[in-house]
Write a protein that binds this ligand. Structure first.
Ligand SMILES: [Cu+2]
Length: 99
């Protein structure tokens, strides 16, 4: 269970205040999702770091596209919130300040 076939998953780098379009495609045999959360946040995950920065739980072969605006710069994480999955399904979500 990994994002993009690697642990940690690829670093996702975006600009603060700009709309992000993120597509999650589940090519695994288990259910997965993706949430952007605070850097120190651990399960149970209650809210994403930004409104709309979460997919629903996708079954095998499903795909979802989400759009949200990361309005605060910083280092965040993305994780799978299915219990136990965040041990291997996580990555860095970097929100850069706009110069
Ligand atoms: Cu998962």
């Amino acid at each position: 269970m990994r994002y993009g076939g690697q642990t940690p998953g690829p670093v996702l780098k975006v600009r603060a205040g700009q709309r992000v379009r993120l597509v999650l495609e589940n090519r695994d045999q288990l259910q997965h999702d993706l949430w952007v959360v605070g850097p120190e946040e651990r399960a149970p995950y209650l809210d994403p770091a930004f409104p709309g920065a979460r997919t629903r739980i996708l079954g095998p072969g499903e795909r979802e596209e989400i759009r949200f605006v990361p309005d605060r710069p910083g280092r965040y994480r993305y994780v799978c919130t299915v219990p136990g999955h965040d041990a291997t399904m996580y990555g860095e979500f970097l929100v850069e300040a706009v110069p």
